[in-house]
Design a protein. Structure first.
Length: 201
């Protein structure tokens, strides 16, 4: 585990030195992309060695290297790299959809229906209701009329109830899980996202 840690520290030092010498924004974006890819790889190795999912290492690199902690990857680079995250989300959604075997999921439809009802619609209502009850503590909501604040709380409840196929796919790929529980979780996340997207539209 010592080697990945040393490589990660050396890589961060090189990134800091490279930023101080380079003023070209386009080359800075490419350098940031390369740094994030390599740093995530080594952080994933470190997380795996200590018994955590590699995804934990990836998330920590993004949080620490981003503009709000160490600023190794600045705001311009993160906005310029947004197309990478958009492309990755599309690919993950396509992969999640292709992994969903309807023949194997069909016996679990009752479970999926119940999970969607309680985990998604129930979460929407609970979050919207909790936010509405906290209205006096939130200045912009407190200034709105009743019907407008109720609508805003409902929209925020829908947005907060969204689930992440990216996290589920990453964990399933890493653990190699392919049992009934994995199929239920993957199916519920896909159905939940479809419900949330339908509610938003």
């Amino acid at each position: 585990m010592v080697v990945p840690i040393l490589l990660l520290l050396a890589l961060s030092g090189l990134m800091q030195a490279g930023r101080s010498f380079s003023s070209d924004l386009s080359s800075g974006t490419l350098m940031s992309f390369g740094y994030l890819m390599l740093a995530s790889y080594f952080a994933g190795k470190i997380a795996d060695r200590i018994g955590l999912p590699k995804l934990t290492g990836y998330l920590l690199v993004g949080a620490v290297a981003g503009p709000y902690v160490s600023d190794l990857v600045g705001e311009h680079a993160t906005s310029s790299l947004k197309f990478v995250s958009d492309t990755a989300i599309c690919l993950i959604a396509l992969t999640a959809g292709s992994e969903l075997n309807f023949g194997r999921v069909r016996p679990l439809l009752r479970t999926l229906r119940a999970m969607t009802l309680f985990a998604v619609l129930g979460a929407m209502v609970a979050l919207a209701g909790a936010l509405f009850l906290m209205k006096p503590l939130i200045p912009f909501l407190d200034q709105m009329p009743f019907d407008a604040s109720l609508a805003v709380c409902a929209v925020i409840g829908v947005a907060l109830s969204a689930q992440s196929p990216a996290v589920v796919m990453a964990l399933l790929a890493e653990t190699g899980s392919d049992g009934p529980l994995s199929r239920v979780i993957l199916g519920s996340v896909i159905v939940a996202d479809l419900v949330v997207i339908d509610r938003k539209s």
